[in-house]
Write a protein that binds this ligand. Structure first.
Ligand code: CA
Length: 644
């Protein structure tokens, strides 16, 4: 919906401008300066064959069905990445899913990439299924092998696969030895062994494709110092590679600044090329294939951009610009599985059948034998369909144009792309003033306050003020989109540090006559709420007498009441009361008493009025005399609320 309204909006802007750019793109894209001709714009398209077998078709911007690889090439993609699993099938030949990506599929994909002038980036997982930082399972055929034998197996296997690609005429530009190999590879868990496998893969690559780059791929740049550790290990073991590559998903992987600094340090220290090997971003929070998504609305993630086609473009722009202009030896960015879309719009049952039969979901039930704890439990469809650069109907999304537009620029007028939610806290006894503007995230990723029209009636207003402490969501219209304001109706407390949790200096002992102990105590069991309270005590022969006060800060003129609670015991004769002083004169007081442990007594003063200029002080006076065992007490939760 957001996208549709954006498009309408854009069309209107363009028509009014009478611009020739109308046929160009509704994406706002600034030209990236210093972008090299040969900068790698990659697309991981590993699932394409399985998707096509499932009936998926792809359409270009004219709405014509076309080879997806041609569509990609026409839009500035110059590298296709493909993962290779050794044997992603069970003993009966049923595929594990995730595209059933073996060497045969890689050959098919490679040939089509080559046909349209793109290079192939070969991604060896050295596993029969998904490999990532937490999972690097050894292929079935290599189970039980000692490291020497496994090293030879990696070498032979890599060589065979690459030779097949070469024989098929595939233009291989880069070979990745392992996928997200943070600490494991192919079942090995120590660097001493892992480096042998990496060396073997690199050696095979040099022999078959001497011109191709050898890449190592890691993830989690946000873990401080981890990349330095990996690069140092590789250097120590003299592993032969050209490119140090990183995954970078903005939801999880820290700041771009941290990424570029980490990569630059490795580029400078070890003379390597660096790149982002995987990234993606959501164009919608909605799921499109009846299988829930990793990223969606309501998830506990940090959004860097709106979930929109422009958000996808802005993520790619920021990463590309960072690699080109802020990183030493940055050579490229690969979008992960931008072609992995839903296999059908009808039902889960229909899609499930295709996922099982063609391997077009992330995992089929057949993977259970190999990967019982993950695929075996959670097998299913596509969890990233909302991050593709094609819609569920197979039609290219506007965001696909960003690769080309980053070279050319498309600096059209920025328009509102998404709205930030507004939040307000409203005193039950004060008028509710909804904001007149909301923040729009513009297509150029700046923010701008735009006018909003709330759908809000006086009846609703009255209901909310009479409804006690509660939360509401009010909707409105701004920039052609639905705005939301989250309203909390509260009994607003005009005191600071009302429960002594911050041990604030605003609380003052203004008149201490007697007390052996008097301090803010950190003891949850003795507090009314929170962890802390004001504690007092005197030994049996001594009496207690003090005043505790807080001066109200920035209190608007109005009518208020003061509430405070106390508990204690062993006090003998007492004179304890809560009070309010206006300009130094006590205007109201409310008596309190202490009886025994756990019996909190809450005092509420009469209402009093003050002007905005008056000095208002609230306080508690405590006097305990002739105590039997030594008077003690706890004061907590002071409230200054407005009244009508
Ligand atoms: Ca999904």
């Amino acid at each position: 919906m957001k996208f549709l309204s954006l498009v309408c909006c854009m069309l209107m802007v363009m028509l009014s401008m009478g611009s020739a750019a109308a046929e160009e793109s509704s994406l706002y894209v600034k030209k990236i300066e210093n972008l090299p001709e040969d900068f790698i714009f990659g697309m991981d398209a590993s699932c394409v064959i399985a998707l096509e077998e499932s009936g998926v078709k792809y359409y270009n911007f004219d709405g014509e069905e076309e080879d997806v690889f041609k569509i990609l090439a026409d839009n500035g993609v110059n590298y296709i990445r493909v993962r290779i699993w050794n044997d992603p099938y069970d003993k009966d030949g049923n595929g594990y899913g995730g595209g059933n990506c073996d060497i045969d599929k890689a050959v098919l994909i490679g040939q089509r990439a080559t046909k349209y002038g793109m290079k192939l980036l070969v991604n060896f997982h050295y596993s029969d299924f998904w490999a990532d930082p937490g999972k690097q399972m050894v292929p079935k055929a290599w189970q039980g092998m000692e490291i020497e034998e496994k090293t030879e197996a990696v070498y032979q296997y890599t060589k065979e696969c690459l030779q097949k690609l070469k024989d098929a005429g595939v233009d291989v530009g880069m070979v990745q030895v392992g996928n997200e190999t943070n600490q494991y590879l192919c079942g090995e868990k120590i660097w001493f062994n892992i480096q042998y496998l990496m060396q073997a893969g690199a050696r095979a690559t040099r022999e078959v494709f001497p011109e191709a780059l050898v890449a190592l791929h890691f993830a989690n740049p946000e873990k401080v110092g981890s990349y330095d550790t990996y690069a140092k290990k590789m250097d120590y073991y003299q592993v032969d590679y050209d490119v140090f590559a990183s995954s970078y998903y903005p939801y999880w992987h820290g700041t771009l600044e941290n990424l570029t600094e980490s990569l630059s340090r490795i580029a400078t220290t070890y003379g390597k090329k660096v790149m982002v090997m995987e990234t993606s971003y959501a164009y919608t929070g909605e799921d499109t294939d009846f299988n829930g998504n990793t990223i969606g609305d309501g998830g506990a993630i940090t959004k860097s951009y709106p979930f929109s086609v422009q958000g996808q473009a802005n993520n790619l722009w920021d990463i590309t610009n960072a690699l080109v202009n802020d990183t030493v030896n940055g050579i490229g960015v690969v979008y992960w599985e931008g072609t992995w879309i839903s296999v059908g719009q009808n039902s889960w049952e229909e899609n499930h059948e295709k996922w099982e039969k063609y391997g077009s979901g992330w995992a089929s039930s057949y993977a259970a034998g190999y990967d019982p704890n993950d695929a075996g439990k959670y097998y299913g469809g596509n969890a990233v369909d909302n991050q593709a650069l094609f819609g569920p109907d197979g039609k290219a999304l506007e965001s696909l144009k960003v690769f080309r537009l980053m070279r050319e620029g498309n600096e059209i007028e920025a328009v509102a792309d998404a709205l930030e939610d507004a939040t307000i806290i409203c005193d039950l006894n004060a008028p509710l003033n909804l904001p007149e503007t909301v923040n729009a995230v513009m297509t150029d990723n700046t923010k701008k306050a735009i006018p909003v029209q709330w759908d809000f009636t006086p009846e609703q207003d009255e209901k909310m003020h009479k409804g006690g402490v509660a939360q509401y969501v009010i909707e409105g219209q701004a920039g052609g989109m639905t705005a939301k304001c989250y309203v909390s109706m509260v009994e607003y407390n005009y005191l600071q540090d009302y429960s002594f949790e911050e041990s604030s200096a605003l609380w003052q002992i203004t008149d201490l006559k007697n007390a052996d102990e008097l301090y803010i105590e950190d003891k949850k069991t003795d507090s009314l709420t929170g962890d802390k309270h004001m504690h007092f005590w005197s030994a049996a022969q001594n009496s207690v007498e003090f005043t505790l006060e807080q001066k109200a800060q920035n209190l608007p003129g109005g009518k208020y009441k003061f509430t405070v609670s106390i508990m204690g015991g062993d006090a003998g004769q007492t004179d304890i009361y809560a009070y309010v002083k206006v300009n130094g004169e006590i205007v109201t007081r409310a008596p309190m008493g202490i009886t025994s442990y756990g019996n909190w007594d809450t005092a509420v003063t009469e209402a009093f009025t003050c002007s905005g200029e008056d000095e208002v002080v609230v306080g508690v006076y405590v006097k305990c005399q002739g105590a039997g065992n030594g008077a003690w007490g706890k004061i907590d939760d002071a409230l200054l609320n407005s009244v009508q």
